[in-house]
Design a protein around this ligand. Structure first.
Ligand code: KG4
Ligand code: ZN
Length: 329
């Protein structure tokens, strides 16, 4: 089954062609980082306009790369949310238009669940369910209990900033470019992770939930009004990163034990971070850890097409796909 996937939840316009939920024939991503860099974050109106400009060329490019014609496509899968409303509408309307004109089925896919599917589709062996899913991205910090690729239950989330958002804000405080995650990781390599005693927040009433906004403020207060040396900058980055990852690892292992999961699956842009992967492997070797391959950690449409395939197999196909609506949260 050939699935054409479309992803426009935020600042990437992406289209992929995936066969039977696994074989990636094309995975085209155009990033808008250049457009938003000078604002230090995504400007929704600009994002929407760029999606309109590049949506059709990106679909064309994916078909060309996969050497597939539109009439060979069996299913259209589209990221339905969460994301920016205007951005989502462009992808969803492109998908509906394709489905309608081609007479093909169309299915909406949850972007956050698709991030976890990115790891599943990167993994050569079968996954043992139930397992714990950890999404660490610019918009989400969530733990899920997964019964299958298409069935999951949210068990914890962030009550304020997402972890990627905290990386981006701390990077901004340190004067680093947007998006800041990779710059913090690089800077932290030369830093002392214990120089500053930063800690992520605790959520008393729901101890597995996350809170990163206090951590970001602690960084701000630690350096406010001071001219930092290069070494001090690195120490701040390393100490912040240590605190954020300590918290994620602690809560993930607690949740996995609580729900008797032996496998942990990771997804989202922050999982690109090598330090996180190494620290987790050392701290919790008792779990089988499944990480997305590097091309699939950040937003992409291969994960949308892949999960779309499984949803289509497990659910009765949506008769009236024209009613698919974007959801922002
Ligand atoms: O999953 P993603 O592409 O988009 C969302 O769905 O949000 O994640 C983007 C986020 C950004 O906040 C970015 O700074 C962060 O992932 N990120 C990283 C790294 N690479 C990307 N954070 C920490 N370390 C990295 N190496
Ligand atoms: Zn994402």
């Amino acid at each position: 089954m050939l699935v054409l996937g479309i992803e426009t939840t935020c600042d990437e316009t992406a289209c992929a062609i995936v066969q039977d939920g696994r074989a990636i024939l094309a995975n085209v991503i155009t990033s808008q980082i250049d457009l938003h860099a000078e604002y230090g974050g995504v400007v929704p109106e600009l994002a929407c306009r760029r999606h309109v400009d590049v949506m059709i060329p990106v679909i064309d490019q994916a078909l060309k790369t996969a050497q597939v014609s539109l009439d060979q496509v069996d299913l259209i899968a589209v990221a339905q949310g969460p994301g920016l409303i205007g951005a989502l509408l462009i992808g969803i309307n492109a998908a509906k238009t394709l489905a309608l004109t081609l007479g093909k089925p169309c299915i909406g896919v949850n972007h956050v669940q698709a991030h976890l599917y990115a790891a599943i589709m990167s993994h050569p062996e079968p996954v043992e369910y139930p397992c714990l899913g950890v999404v660490l991205s610019g918009g989400h910090t969530s733990l899920f209990l997964l019964d299958s690729p298409a069935q999951s239950q949210l068990i914890a989330y962030t009550v304020d900033d997402a972890i990627g958002e905290a990386f981006d804000k701390v990077a901004k405080i340190l004067g680093l470019p947007y998006p800041g995650g990779p710059y913090i990781e690089e800077l932290a390599k030369q830093g002392d992770p214990n120089r500053f005693a930063f800690r992520a927040g605790r959520v008393k009433e729901a101890p597995l939930n996350f809170s990163f906004s206090g951590l970001k403020t602690a960084v701000l207060y630690a350096i406010q009004g001071r001219e930092l040396s290069q070494q001090e900058q690195s120490d701040v980055a390393a100490s912040f990163q240590r605190a954020a990852f300590e918290d994620v690892i602690h809560k993930t292992t607690q949740a996995a034990d609580l729900h008797r999961c032996r496998t942990v699956i990771f997804g989202g842009g922050v999982t690109n971070n090598q330090q996180l992967r190494q620290t987790f492997a050392t701290a919790a070797p008792q779990f089988t850890q499944i990480w997305p391959s590097f091309g699939l950690s950040l937003d992409n449409a291969a994960m949308i097409a892949g999960l779309g395939f499984h949803l289509y197999q497990s659910e009765s196909p949506q008769e009236d796909y024209l009613t698919i609506e974007a959801f922002t949260r």
